[in-house]
Structures are given as C-alpha cells and as structure tokens.
Write a protein that binds this ligand. Structure first.
Ligand SMILES: O=C(O)CCC(=O)C(=O)O
Length: 289
C-alpha cells in the first residue's frame, strides 16, 4: 500500500522508488529462471526464439560467445514463465500500480534488460510513451531491481519533472528511439541515479526521460521491466514488444470506452531490429568491441 505522499511524489517528479514487498522466494524464482536463460544463451550464436511479431525473444549483444554470454534482453518473459506472470500480474507490485494509474489496470508488455560485467550496452535517453502511444497517458513503467543497482553497474537514470516535457524520437525522418544527443549534457546535469537493493522497485511515468550507462563493474545489473496502462487507455499503434497478453485486465473492471486526452502525439513507426537496442544501443556496443 502506497502512502499519499508516495503517490504525490510519483505525480510531481515522474517516478517513485520503494521496496516491492515481494518475498525472497518470489524474487529468487525470477532470478533462477533468468540464470537458466543466460546459461542457455551459451548454445546460441544469434538472436533466437521467434515471437508473434516474427522478432526474436532472446536478444544478444554484439560480441556474445558461449564463453562470455551477452544476453541483453528477454522480451515478454511472462509469456513463457509462471514465476514472471505471478509477480507481474498478481502481486504487491500489481496493487501499487493500481494505486498509481488505476484502479483498473491492464498489462501491456514486459522485458528483462541485462547488463552482465563486461557488457557494453547503454540505454540512450528516451521516453517510453513514443514507443507505445495511447489515447491517454495514465501509463507507467515498473522496473524491479534483480540486483543491487549502483552508478558503477549502470543504474537507470531519470530526469525528474521531464514527464511534463515532450521530445521527438525521430531524426532525418526516421524513428530512432532516442532523443537528440545534443540535449544529453542537459539531461546528465538534471538526471538522478536510481540506486537500490535487489527487490526494490521504481515506478516511472510513461513520459519520464531516462537512460543508463554501461556496466563498468564486476557485478551484474539485471532489471525486470513491465509497462502497465489504465484500463481506459487504448493503443494508437501496434505494440513495440507485443505479447498475446497485451491488454490483459489485472485489476478493476474492463471497459471498451477509451478515454482521450487533448494533446498531440508523435506516432512511432515499426523497426526491424529484434529489440530497441538494435536502433539505439548497438552503436555503443559496436564501439566497445
Ligand atoms: O535498462 C535500463 O537501464 C533502462 C531500460 C529502458 O529504458 C528500456 O528498456 O526502455
């Protein structure tokens, strides 16, 4: 149960960090499944396991080998793991999401972002809404820390108050999934590092500007990420990371009535890469190889 001041903090700054109240067993179940997926990635040389949109669920950083696995993304782990379904669809986390953007809420999609020691992947500054524009913006991204997260291992960084700002994610007429790098010094000055312990959770407004550096430490940084929407927020474009469960009602009552807000929204365009790292982060991974 969130306090009124925590809910105010989310609305004012565009994010909130707090303990998730998940049991050690629940977090342990997520971690042991993830360890198994990382182990299995040793048997693959290229991205693998096609999903409903024809893209690969398991996305490898350039330079991945069986000796040094660099699995950087698992798309929609809840599609294939009951442990992930339980935590994301029916847990204290689901209740907190309902308090922030509910009471009626839907699942949109989820993913694991993995930065093992030695991996070069960075996340360039962006907002999430432009990847999945909806009729209203009562939407949030939940990030559950599966490792202690510090600046050294490439923690998430959020620009407080930026959920009231709008930036293009296009360059030269192409959807690039990142904000103009000319603005990064200003974002770096304003950004807050989201550090914490395994089991902590960050709720981030769909318009909050965020990014992260590469992991320069000897400790892993693994993050479970899930996008949730209010039940009356409906997608304007096909989901960037579709799941058969996209739109699944998790709390409250279903509706077919979309709530529209008065605004203008830049629509994204489909990209061919298996994950958004393919349109933004590969530049950095390629430099580091
Ligand atoms: O992994 C991170 O540090 C941030 C993830 C993110 O912004 C995303 O996947 O959209």
């Amino acid at each position: 149960m969130l306090s009124a001041s925590q809910i105010d903090e989310f609305r004012e700054h565009g994010y909130l960090v707090c303990p998730s109240d998940l049991s050690q067993d629940a977090v342990g179940g997520l971690l042991s499944q993830l360890d198994a997926w990382i182990e299995d990635s040793r048997c693959h040389e290229t991205n693998y396991e096609l999903m409903m949109d024809g893209k690969a669920r398991f996305d490898l950083e350039p330079g991945h080998t069986s000796e040094h696995p660099k699995l950087r993304r698992v798309a929609n782990p809840a599609d294939i793991s009951p442990a992930y379904q339980q935590v994301l669809w029916d847990s204290s986390i689901t209740d907190m999401v309902a308090e922030l953007v509910g009471p009626s809420i839907k699942f949109h999609h989820c993913k694991l972002n993995i930065k093992l020691p030695g991996m070069a992947t960075v996340v360039r500054y962006h907002q999430d809404h432009p990847f999945d524009p909806h009729t209203n913006d009562d939407m949030l991204t939940m990030l559950l820390l599966l490792d202690d997260m510090s600046e050294a291992n490439g923690c998430l960084k959020i620009v407080p108050g930026s959920h009231r700002e709008r930036y293009t994610h296009y360059r030269d007429g192409k959807f690039v999934g990142e904000i103009d790098p000319a603005l990064y010094p200003e974002f770096d000055r304003r950004a807050v590092p989201i550090t914490g312990r395994v089991g902590d959770v960050c709720f981030m407004h769909t318009w909050a500007v965020h990014g992260s550096e590469s992991n320069r430490s000897s400790a892993p940084r693994r993050l479970l990420i899930c996008d949730y929407t209010a039940a009356d927020a409906f997608p304007l474009t096909a989901p960037a990371v579709p799941s058969p469960h996209t739109g699944r009602l998790l709390r409250g009552t279903p509706t077919r009535t979309a709530r529209l807000i008065a605004t203008t929204i830049e629509l994204d365009e489909p990209y061919a890469a298996d994950s958004f790292f393919g349109i933004q982060g590969d530049k950095d991974a390629a430099h580091a190889r």
